[in-house]
Design a protein around this ligand. Sequence first.
Ligand code: GLA
Length: 626
Amino acid sequence: MAKSAVALLGLMLCCGTALAGPSQLTPSGQWTAYQHGAAATPPMGWSSWNTFATNISEDRILGVADAVVKTGLAAKGYRYINLDDGWWAHRRQPDGRMQIRADQFPSAAVGGAEETSFKPFTDKLHKMGLKAGIYSDLGRNSCSQAYPSPDGYLPKGSVEEREIALYGHIKQDVTLYFKTWGFDFLKVDACGIRDYAPGSERTKEGRYRVLDPLIYGWNLNNTNIAGVRDLYHQVAEAIETARPNDDFIFSVCSWGSSDVRSWGKNVGNISRTSDDLGPNWSRMLHNFDSSARRPLYGHPGGWNDPDMLYVGYGDFDAQHLTEAKSHFAMWAIINAPLILGNDIRAMQGPLLDIVGNSDVIALNQDKAGNQATIAFDAEDVQIFVKTLANGKKAVAVFNRGQGAMDVDLTAEHLKLAADSDITLTDLWTKQQSHFRKETKLALASRETKIFLVDGKRRLEGGFYLSEIPGRVNPAEDGVTVPMHDPLVHRHQAWIGTHGTGAHPQYGGWGGAQVDQTPYGQTIALGGKPYDTGIGILSNSRLEVKNAGAKLFTAEVGVDDSTPDKSAPVIFSVYGDGKLLYKTAPKAFGEKPESLNVKVKGVKIIELVATSTASVVTAWGNAALVE
Ligand code: GLA
């Protein structure tokens, strides 16, 4: 006790407030990423927004639900049928009970226009073997009120009656949605805490009440990050109270703003990492990158969400099957929620085969929950590798560009032994092929080849931590000042080419990475490069779920790329909250220290790196050995 108090005081004195506080660095012996809810694997289903916008009705939604069952998609796992924006009529005064647009949802009029209920609607979905989702916003008003849709299906009545979102009503609304109406899924948007500033278009003539924004566009430094996180946390708590059996999904939708890419994993089951997807290849790359570069921030229980699928529309329609397959395969392998957005009533043929490909779905739903990691990275081609629960692998080779590409796939990319016989099973054609060391794959423009992989692992008796990101949680990643991530593809903005173009939008730069430094460099310790390891800033704490391994091994030190070379770093390994090993302070340029720490019987291993400065460090070759 006394020792840790001194250590805490030391940290506070030495590091000021910018570095991670002692409480974040103190081992808890717990897995602290979100564990409530029913998201052991990424949620699958359909949402109304991409097809209907606010023009939703009972007839349309139940028609789609019926098609989801009849096409066989429900049996393949697509269970959630989610109402997005547009279901609300008004908030009844003075008791604040939400009312439904009964003209569009006739079964809701259980007691006339002022006593509506979605219970008959959710009952119908449940009887079909499906789950039901609903939508709200953190503020007083919604996104459709901020950006009126052309059909104008907006809430009606006085200013108060049109305040249909959660602000000031979190408990009341959440209880109504989950307990009384029987919904199983809630998506919570954030326009209400961004778009209703004093003097804004919406509040100017008293149309809507002012709510001082917590989110300032993409400006991280002006955004009240803690305030946004706290409101989402309040919603999570209300849902947990309403659904103590954990039968729910909480979808956080703050579009990558407010540094949510770092903390969404602690608050909800899925968390949007970017602005809205559109039916457009370039936009798809943007949304994909926002999640794909964050494998350590998605785990069973809380997944990175690059937005609902656009298969069926625009660049991903029946005339663009190559693109549709790429979009679907890449969402699947990075463990994105598979929430379809197209009109399933009209879905047939090859498009249906793509989203119904059971082998690709199985990768997404693999229970180990390891998001694929980047084994090769370039603007035009990427290779993603995912470790499955049975220890085998999957690989997706993704041609992002316009031209055909020849791609070398190597045993190293797969972290398989150099002398291994490797079998690839193509998940589209089901054909098998074999190679040793490397093979050449010919990819058409925008094509993705996706395979199951069988071969001898490079680390035969265990797993590198970078192979099992689903079991590694950066509880504290050492980022002191949130900064925009420059590595997310910048697409042409919504407003065409007016203005100066797209800028990096989302916080998260400098967060923990697999097989590279937090800033995307090759890991190198004392002059020795590593293709494997966890790169992370100092004053960080990683939680690792152990599943029977006896030994934790790593080579640790200050990374050669660190901008701040001034301060040494101490690396500590904890087992279920108890210190197991601690290095001497390691300085810049020093040879890495090899760790061999016994972890037999330990459930949660914690890896803590402390320093008086913010230093780039690495747990090189970090592994759990059986
Ligand atoms: C935001 C969300 C979308 C959708 C719309 C509804 O833009 O990001 O997914 O819910 O609002 O208005």
